[in-house]
Design a protein. Structure first.
Length: 313
């Protein structure tokens, strides 16, 4: 009996073959025998069979983030989707990622900290006397080739470990950040196509592992006193085409006496939402590791003077 790979190889060869002898490599009987027993997830079924499956199992529900105002906008995180969180460097995206991980702790989140090691991340939290969320993460990434294949392997490993620990398999994967994913293809001169290819590979991982992948993306330089838009995403067309949801973070920044001043105010914007189509914004303040809804107006919060580079919080 032919297996799936053998069938694929034979059919591919047959399609590309110039039939000089007029003899097919695969007989109708062999193909019929194979299709009768093949039970792969990609097998062909009728639409009413999928409908019956939905009737039996129910419509898949989103993973609520626990951040009510965000859930009101996007409905929550949906499995098999890729969510982009965009922010300027040093603007609090790591803090927000950890905040969401803490909210999603029952989903046994996996954090792949590619910009700084998980040890550095946790040491920083301890030095600031902040709460350390519970999440899964590689012990070290030193010397690791951080390809999408490696990300896929770590997602599977995290799901195995979390179930072994008596919990649900990891359902949310955080990647910080996109720029550190090693490209498997180095031949393209167009960054947008590189981003599209990598995003598609991340989407395939999300589908195969039944997870939501949340990836942090840095925005390009723009006016720091204005909230970023999707146009500020480096290679923005690739993200906009492939991401299911795009969220941006902006730490309120203004100019005073030729200096840049940052407050603790944070603007969260949903810039794109393929699932529900809704967009919107939530005003927050960051306080001792926690993001709180605060309809701030003006610069009435604690402020920091910043020079060329933003201070993180």
């Amino acid at each position: 009996m032919l297996n799936h790979q053998q069938l694929k190889e034979i059919l591919t060869s047959e399609l590309n073959k110039t039939k000089k002898d007029g003899e097919a490599l695969l007989t109708v009987e062999e193909l019929s025998d194979f299709l009768e027993v093949y039970q792969g997830e990609d097998r062909i079924v009728r639409s009413d069979e999928i409908e019956a499956l939905i009737e039996k199992e129910g419509i898949r529900q989103p993973i609520k983030t626990g951040f009510q105002d965000l859930d009101n906008l996007i409905g929550g995180f949906y499995e098999e989707q890729v969510v982009v969180i965009s922010a300027r460097p040093k603007s609090g995206k790591s803090s927000f990622m950890l905040y969401l991980a803490d909210k999603l702790k029952e989903q046994n989140p996996l954090i792949l900290a590619l910009e700084q090691s998980s040890r550095e991340l946790i040491e920083q939290l301890k030095e600031q006397d902040r709460r350390i969320p519970l999440f899964y993460t590689p012990k070290s990434i030193e010397g690791v080739s951080r390809t999408t294949d490696w990300i896929h392997l770590k997602a599977i490993e995290s799901q195995y470990r979390s179930q072994k620990d008596g919990g649900v398999p990891s359902r949310v994967v955080f990647i910080d950040h996109f720029g550190y994913i090693t490209r498997k293809r180095q031949t393209s001169d167009q960054m947008t196509w590189e981003i599209i290819n990598t995003m598609q590979e991340l989407k395939a991982i999300a589908k195969q592992t039944k997870t939501t992948i949340v990836v942090v993306v840095h925005t390009t330089k723009g006016d720091p006193t204005e909230p970023p838009t999707t146009e500020h995403l480096f290679g923005s067309g690739g993200y906009h085409q492939e991401a299911d949801t795009i969220i941006s973070l902006w730490r309120e920044t203004y100019k005073e006496n030729k200096r840049l001043i940052q407050t603790k105010n944070v603007l969260l914007q949903v810039l794109a939402n393929r699932k529900k189509g809704t967009t919107g914004a939530v005003k927050l303040t960051f306080d001792e590791g926690d993001f709180k809804v605060n309809n701030w107006k003006g610069h009435d919060q604690d402020s920091d003077v910043v020079d060329k580079e933003f201070d993180d919080f």
